[in-house]
Design a protein. Structure first.
Length: 83
């Protein structure tokens, strides 16, 4: 993540002209991590509540896993081959 964030920050001019890039990079990374934790705090209880339904475990979990895998595959291809 850090190298990707550093590249994104460099594109908007952070760290150029001899500026210190460590503080903006750390702040950006901490903000992203805080956002991920906030989303997990909201979503995790919902998924835990659905675990009591066998249909969710049988169909919902594999379907959601496929969506996550497809999104990851799309971003991998778009950022490596299409950049």
């Amino acid at each position: 993540h850090g190298m990707g964030f550093a590249g994104a920050l460099a594109e908007i001019g952070v760290g150029q002209n001899g500026e210190n890039f460590l503080a903006p990079l750390a702040g950006f990374n901490l903000g992203v991590e805080a956002g991920q934790i906030a989303i997990a705090i909201v979503i995790l209880p919902v998924f835990l509540a659905f675990r009591r339904y066998p249909a969710f475990s049988a169909r919902g979990v594999p379907a959601l896993s496929a969506v996550v895998a497809l999104a990851g595959g799309y971003w991998l291809v778009s950022r490596t081959l299409l950049s």
